[in-house]
Design a protein around this ligand. Sequence first.
Ligand SMILES: [Zn+2]
Length: 381
Amino acid sequence: MNDHTPAPPTATRRTAVRGALALGLAPLLLPGRAEAAPRALVRARRKHFGAANVDRRTGAIRRDRVLLSWVGCAGFALAIDGEVLLLDAWIPRGIHGGRVPTSVAELAALRPRAILIGHGHFDHAADAHRIAELSGAVVVGTAQHITQVRAKASKRIRGLVVGDERDPHGTVRRARLGSIRLTAVRHPHSTPKPPDLSDPHLPLLPLPDPLTPLLHPPSLADCAGLLTGLAGDAEGGSLLYQLRVPGFTLVWHDTVGPLKEDAPRVRRVLRRLPRPDVHVGAIQGFGQITNGLRDVRHYVADVGGTVFVPSHHDDWGAPLIASPASGYRGPLEAELRRIPAARRPHLRFLSDPHDYLRADRLTFSRRRTRRAARRRRGRQR
Ligand SMILES: [Zn+2]
């Protein structure tokens, strides 16, 4: 499905755009939507992306910046080139509840164009059907992710297939979401492997914080959701996504598999992709039980981003295996130091719960592109 391209600008709009450029208002323009937006949309966008980045009347978001708002686990609301996308769709809850200050209704009110599913487990996709129902967002993922989301929905949900669980690791599929170019790479879910004797690590088993459920007591529904999710939701294959707009490239993935043993081809594919400005990646995984953050190091070095943002390392609501991000900081910094300097990113660490919904922690400028420079030169002539 490729029916998401915005209509070409009309002559009147072009004049308005030129006027706005002269006034320095270009970042606030959203194509074809100058009328006042529903209050819920404006409120939700200002809450998730920062009041300074969102027009108070139209809800349009600055296009010169890329904004990420962490909603817990490996999930983010992303504003890129005036579009809103959700990366995964789940608000952490289980043995605690209400710890991430957002809701399914608020994420739907952002009016995301699409929901990208990294894999189908409940802690990544359990809220996708509700958000898609309320917002009309397209669900993007493997055929199996989309089938699973649709099976829970009470009305028709649009889907964009960019993979299949039967695809071999390293399979690349491309698509477009409006102005955003999407590349999906099939890669493995995390799993423990025997200790790697050529690259030895201590097991990484951070301690859970027993206070979290007391500070944020769960509802009955939160506990029940954990049990049904654990029992019912299949992986459906895992996908790593690269998103590109002029002047910015982002890579995001919500699990970290044993590339060395199970998917060496993925390492070659990642090294061939253009190096992104920002790499957002899960760092918690079953591999850490035997091989520490070795698998994380492989992803980070192969992707070779300028900035690395860790995720899935927070207290996301499962007993025993979820713990505060603070327990990962030292081991992650040590592991990143082992990457050769030429491919080592700057670390933008996220801590829970402080960094939930803190788009100011994850605000990035788009580079001036050759195309923009050409347009500027054209205007001056
Ligand atoms: Zn999973």
